[in-house]
Write a protein that binds this ligand. Structure first.
Ligand code: 13P
Length: 256
């Protein structure tokens, strides 16, 4: 039997933007703009923690899904400032973004902590969106594939093929995030294909064929179609352009 084609997944990472009131306004506008796409493409929004529950209510019975931007590896306890995977799940999340480069660069996230968070996420019934990506210095030193493959291997340590098949990876070159400088379609496709080949080596071809790999880094309405048209690019993880309903809806439509 032929494998199901991978459904594209476009997610908006709002980062530390939008108050609850602003988040509700944005998501209500977006909901109307993408409703006609139904389930042609999976659409995810990742607002800050305080807006998750109200946004979950505002997107009930819609084709939008919710993601947290991080979660802790412990189930509960004395971890001031952290949020558990079960809390995200109960607040209405389907996904959780883990290992974003901003968390790695600014908050000391490592491959090991990303792995621990991913294990907690899965245990709570959340699907991890695991982010990997090289810095400009690493790319210029010809180390791109070595870096992203190390990050993938670290994040997936201990997981079995059946678990990994549902995961989402996000390739986000650090030099393309928030800079307006996008990877070329060839650069994105090269890394995505390498990651899929790595998944086939770590697990098997069937699993590698099921994992969706998003591209992130200055995705905009005018470059989305070309990026999403690449063979191994299964979606987008959108930062800045996800803060405007019209721009994000246009990117989502490029994936439909
Ligand atoms: P930008 O789309 O603003 O470059 O951000 C990408 C990103 O980091 C998404 O997680």
């Amino acid at each position: 039997m032929a494998a199901e084609p991978r459904r594209k997944i476009v997610a908006g990472n709002w980062k530390m933007n939008k108050t609850v009131t602003e988040a509700l306004a944005l998501v209500r506008e977006l909901r109307g703009m993408v409703s006609m796409l139904r389930d042609k493409v999976e659409i995810v929004v990742a607002p800050p923690f305080v807006s998750l529950y109200p946004v979950a209510k505002a997107i009930e019975d819609s084709n939008l899904k919710l993601a947290g931007q991080n979660c802790h590896w412990e189930a509960s306890g004395a971890f001031t400032g952290e949020v558990s995977a079960a809390m995200l799940k109960e607040a209405g999340c389907t996904y959780v973004i883990l290992g974003h480069s901003e968390r790695r660069q600014l908050f000391g996230e490592t491959d090991e902590t990303v792995n621990k968070r991913a294990q907690a996420a899965l245990k709570a019934g959340l699907v991890p969106i695991l982010c990997v990506g090289e810095t400009l210095a690493e790319r210029e030193a010809g180390r791109t594939l070595e870096v992203v493959e190390r990050q993938v291997k670290g994040a997936l340590a201990g997981f079995g093929a059946g678990e990994v098949a549902s995961f989402v990876l996000a390739y986000e070159p650090v030099w393309a995030i928030g800079t307006g400088r996008t990877a070329t379609t060839a650069q994105a496709q090269e890394v995505h294909a390498a990651l899929r080949a790595q998944l086939a080596r770590l697990y098997d071809g069937g699993t590698a064929g099921q994992v969706r790999i998003q591209y992130g880094g200055s995705v905009k309405p005018d470059n989305a179609a070309e990026l999403l048209g690449q063979r191994d690019v299964d979606g987008a993880l959108v930062g800045g352009a996800s803060l405007k309903a019209g721009d994000f809806a246009a990117i989502v439509k490029a994936g439909a």
